[in-house]
Ligand binder design. Structure first.
Ligand SMILES: C[S@@+](CC[C@H](N)C(=O)[O-])C[C@H]1O[C@@H](n2cnc3c(N)ncnc32)[C@H](O)[C@@H]1O
Ligand SMILES: [Zn+2]
Length: 289
């Protein structure tokens, strides 16, 4: 985590500033704790990645294999003892580790999909921004690109595994946070550009639009999706189709760019394994406030 990042972050529960106790600093904060003195909540920073989850033990309870790995990753005695105490409270449920590892690898193998170059071209045509946020950034393909032309860029994702890959590229204006997109980790901070690519099946769409609309008072929202909502019990409660997404963006105050007024079908090819590719057709919308 960059030394400047705590200035931007707030407690997920009460929105207060967080105090940093850095255990190990090299070029960045490698290990430490962010604490909300008001709620007595603590958020660990492990392998340079802050985990802003309301309840850290709860975060790990879905990630048994990752819990063991995280314990191994701890370097300082202080972190080891924090991890020991968090691990002792966990009741493990289903394990998302392999799923998150598998998808991180799929995104790595698919980073040359035409989808990403087309998105990058579209992002390049927007004005340069002071503050940029990507929701559900995964391994940071687009986040890292955005850092080359904007002042400060953050990526958030709930997968620690994906962000470990993202963190392999270090830039002094780029940082990543493990968090739920809908949690208020930036409180009332305003961004000039927010992007959310292909996450509507995973983050409740209307809640995401409402949340992002509060993060932008003047700026751009770039959103794409293949509308692959057919996931049974795992599906979001209220899916939106291409027309409902546009209507709702307008309701939240975004004006849709002329070139994205009509739905598009951009190929997004995900290489699942050497013999299988998942071929999505993605719709892209650029909204402006
Ligand atoms: C389908 S992938 C898309 C990744 C990337 N945006 C892209 O288009 O290449 C969805 C990503 O959203 C993340 N995600 C899912 N639910 C989330 C949530 N509630 N908050 C933050 N990230 C979430 C997943 O971990 C995953 O990395
Ligand atoms: Zn708090």
């Amino acid at each position: 985590m960059l030394e400047s990042t705590p200035e931007f972050l707030r407690c997920v529960r009460c929105g207060s500033k967080l105090e940093l106790d850095a255990f190990k600093i090299k070029k960045e904060i490698e290990e430490g704790i962010l604490e909300c003195k008001k709620c007595k909540l603590v958020f660990p920073i492990i392998e340079k990645i802050p985990i802003l989850w309301d309840d850290f033990s709860n975060y790990l309870s879905n990630r048994k294999i990752l819990s063991g790995k995280i314990y191994q990753l701890g370097i300082t005695e202080k972190m080891k003892s924090f991890l020991k105490s968090s691990l002792s409270k966990i009741v493990f449920v289903n394990d998302r580790t392999s799923l998150e590892e598998r998808w991180s690898k799929i995104y790595q193998n698919s980073r040359h999909s035409k989808f990403y170059s087309l998105i990058k071209n579209n992002l390049e045509s927007l004005p340069k921004s002071n503050l940029v946020l990507e929701h559900g950034c995964s391994i940071g393909i687009v986040t890292s690109f955005l850092a080359d032309s904007n002042k400060m860029v953050f990526g958030i994702d709930k997968s620690f595994t994906a962000l470990r890959f993202a963190k392999e590229i270090n830039k002094n204006n780029l940082d990543y946070i493990v968090a739920d997109s809908l949690s208020p980790i930036f409180a009332k901070l305003q961004f000039n550009l927010v992007i959310a690519l292909n996450i509507l099946e995973l983050v409740e769409p209307l809640e995401l639009l409402k949340h992002v609309s509060k993060q932008i008072s003047s700026g751009y929202f770039v959103i794409s999706d293949p509308y692959d909502f057919d996931r049974g019990a795992n599906s979001v409660r209220k899916p939106l189709d291409e027309s409902q997404l546009r209507t709702n963006l307008e309701k939240f105050g975004f004006k849709i760019s002329t070139k994205t007024k009509n739905p598009s079908h951009i190929p997004w090819n995900l290489k699942l394994n050497p013999r299988t590719t998942l071929n999505y057709k993605v719709d892209l919308i650029i909204g402006k406030k």
